[in-house]
Design a protein around this ligand. Structure first.
Ligand code: Z5A
Length: 211
């Protein structure tokens, strides 16, 4: 049987990295062989693309180049890691996936959503089975991310950009309630982890995975 693709999404400082380990442990505790990965990244090419994408030296990167760059990385990721793992029956847990392109390049940069959908259909036809959206007010997320040190090229954007990113994520979650589970990420970290694991458990139960 093919594995499942679970994705974790959210704005800056939403806590994805902090929640990822708890999800990995929960999957392992239920006997699931899981591959943990991230976007942009997940392959040697994808990690190189990520470095380009986040490098403040490329402040002048146009929105079209940025969109193509994330999809170039994703096309490689799907073919080299995600699709083969799913075909072997492994599950894949990815820190960001295609929804991030709708949110950042679509909502944030104003690229037409139908263009992103066309790229998705062509370059990244594997769909997520479950998407956990860590949602929190942008001031809180930016304060958390800012406490970490120097800002990367995208973190250097202004509040209006991140409001559009958040709005697009929330809109997508409302449009696809079957796939998305939205989690209040303004809670203390342990509560966010517990909520994410509870949503994962519910999905595993519905998928018939034994306790
Ligand atoms: N991007 C894109 O534009 N288009 C695409 O298609 C894709 C990506 C796939 C890199 O992603 C960038 O790529 C990203 C979008 C863009 N934009 N930026 N910048 P990333 O996922 O690596 O980068 P990120 O979103 O900036 O990750 P992040 O800021 O590291 O967020 P996080 O992983 O969600 O947060 P965290 O590292 O777990 O937590 C941040 C801090 O907050 C840390 O000190 C924690 O201890 C703290 N924290 C976390 N949760 C809590 C709670 N609940 N309470 C208190 N403190 C907390």
């Amino acid at each position: 049987m093919n594995g499942r693709l679970i994705t974790l999404e959210g704005g800056e400082g939403a806590g994805k990295s902090s929640v990822l380990d708890a999800l990995r442990e929960r999957l392992a505790s239920r006997g699931i062989d899981v591959v943990v990965t991230r976007e942009p990244g997940g392959t040697a090419f994808g990690e190189a693309a990520r470095a380009l994408m986040l490098d403040p030296a490329h402040a002048g990167l146009c929105a079209e180049s940025e969109l193509l760059l994330v999809f170039a990385a994703r096309a490689q990721h799907v073919r080299e890691r995600i699709a083969p793992a799913l075909a072997r029956g492994q599950w894949v847990l990815s820190d960001r996936y295609t929804d991030a392109s709708y949110a950042y390049q679509g909502g944030g940069r104003g690229q037409p959503l139908e263009r992103i959908a066309a790229l998705e259909a062509w370059a990244a036809p594997v769909r997520a089975d479950l998407t956990l959206l860590l949602d929190l007010p942008i001031e809180q997320g930016l304060a958390r991310a800012g406490a970490r040190g120097p800002r990367d090229r995208i973190e250097a954007e202004g509040a209006a950009f991140f409001e559009r990113v958040r709005g697009t994520y929330r809109q997508r979650a409302a449009q696809e309630p079957q796939r998305f589970r939205s989690i209040d990420a303004s809670q203390p970290l342990e509560a966010v982890r517990a909520a994410a694991c509870a949503e994962l458990d519910a999905f595993l139960d519905s998928a018939g995975v034994k306790q």
